[in-house]
Write a protein that binds this ligand. Structure first.
Ligand SMILES: NC(=O)C1=CN([C@@H]2O[C@H](COP(=O)(O)OP(=O)(O)OC[C@H]3O[C@@H](n4cnc5c(N)ncnc54)[C@H](OP(=O)(O)O)[C@@H]3O)[C@@H](O)[C@H]2O)C=CC1
Ligand SMILES: CC(=O)N[C@@H](CCC(=O)OP(=O)(O)O)C(=O)O
Length: 343
């Protein structure tokens, strides 16, 4: 039985971790932290957990957490994980849902995030996208769980870039549900601001751009540039990323389908749709799946790829549990085998 602790248990990703792990047959939640609700029972704060999880919320106590847990999930805003991970290193595995361990290069992390990690380069960690890094995740002491937009974009683009059929300049147009912004009230997630409304934000300067470029450059084997525009849409959950790549030469859609099917042939959580079928966020709602579809615009010789995920599951807590399963030698879909919710 894997003993689990969660820092930041009352946020959206923390609650989603509890929901998944409370039904995970090989994991047991033994430690939950919260500043705001310290000493309350989690199901009093979130009655949806009544009968599923009755743990008491505690103050953040690194020593205690490291001594009673086998793995710690950090579901806090970015900037906290370095201190937690460095103080608990080798005593317990760490999976950070924030951005602190996603970057290969500290100067890029510092340019986009505010955390301080003096020994960044010395910390052994792996970018936690199982479809690309499964073998290194198995032995990693620390996982930097990918961002939600990067998960949808990288999974959607990897086969095309790896196979070399497209140029290395990509346009990514993404739409996210409001839960992507977390549960703390701010102007962006107020009902009256986001209901009946759709808008772009952080245009040409979103912090997920360098994360996406880092990974796509490694996959493509050469410098890859992206133009990334995120949009906030009036949905609770879900991300749709639509991506545009110039084809190097005329290509048949059946050949693109074969490339994608082959790339993901062993992947349980990635579903490649047949040509003519397009993904929708509802196809993966409340599940750990990513669905990918595509079309060729012959007029512009452009490959258009569409990728959908549930931002809170494959884009965060589900992927984090998938990583935990890999690290502890469990079947990868343990606790994650949910059928998407319709309608
Ligand atoms: N929402 C999403 O779709 C995704 C989120 N992520 C990442 O996961 C992490 C958690 O995100 P999410 O669950 O959405 O965030 P929330 O805002 O919903 O929750 C964060 C929790 O962290 C605790 N906390 C501790 N210190 C602070 C602080 N200084 N400011 C705010 N909260 C604090 C709070 O709990 P308390 O007050 O009880 O201690 C809060 O509930 C973030 O790093 C985020 O970037 C990654 C992918 C997708
Ligand atoms: C809709 C919305 O606001 N989404 C968030 C995604 C946050 C996230 O998951 O990013 P990190 O884990 O990299 O901080 C945003 O655009 O910042």
């Amino acid at each position: 039985m894997v003993r689990v602790g969660i820092f930041g248990a009352t946020g959206f990703t923390g609650i989603e971790l509890i929901r998944i792990l409370s039904k995970h047959k090989d994991a047991k939640i033994v430690y939950l932290s919260s500043q705001r609700y310290n000493s309350r029972v989690i199901s009093d704060v979130y009655p949806s957990l009544e009968g599923f999880c009755e743990n008491k919320l505690e103050d953040m106590d690194l020593e205690k957490a490291a001594s009673v847990c086998d793995v710690l999930f950090i579901a806090l805003p970015s900037g906290y994980a370095y201190e937690i991970a460095s103080k608990t290193l080798r005593k317990v595995k760490v999976i950070d849902l924030g951005a602190d361990f996603r970057f290969d290069d500290y100067s890029i992390y510092k340019e986009w995030y505010t955390g301080n990690c003096d020994e960044y380069d010395k910390i052994e960690r792996v970018y936690g996208l199982p479809e690309l890094y499964r073998e290194t995740i198995k032995k990693a002491p620390i996982i930097g769980n990918p961002g939600c937009y990067p998960t949808s974009a990288i999974l959607g683009l990897a086969p095309a870039l790896k196979s070399g059929i497209v140029e290395h300049n990509v346009i990514i147009d993404s739409k996210s549900g409001v839960s992507g912004a977390g549960h703390s009230p701010n102007q962006i997630n107020m009902y009256v601001e986001c209901n009946n409304n759709i808008r772009a934000y952080n245009v040409a300067k979103h912090r997920h751009r360098p994360e996406i470029e880092q990974e796509l450059t490694k996959i493509a084997g050469q410098n890859t540039r992206v133009i990334f525009t995120p949009h906030l849409t009036p949905m609770t959950r879900g991300i749709l990323s639509t991506m545009y790549c110039n084809l190097k030469k005329e290509t048949r859609i059946e050949d693109v389908y074969d490339i994608y099917k082959d790339f993901y042939k062993d992947e349980y959580f990635v579903k490649v749709l047949k040509p003519g079928n397009y993904p929708a966020t509802k196809n993966v709602y409340d599940s750990n799946f990513c669905q990918i579809g595509f079309e060729i615009d012959k007029h512009a010789n452009t490959l258009i790829i569409m990728s959908v995920i549930d931002n809170l599951i494959k884009g965060a807590s589900g992927q984090a549990v998938q990583n935990m399963n890999i690290m502890f030698g469990l079947p990868e879909n343990t606790g994650l085998d949910m059928v998407p919710t319709i309608p």
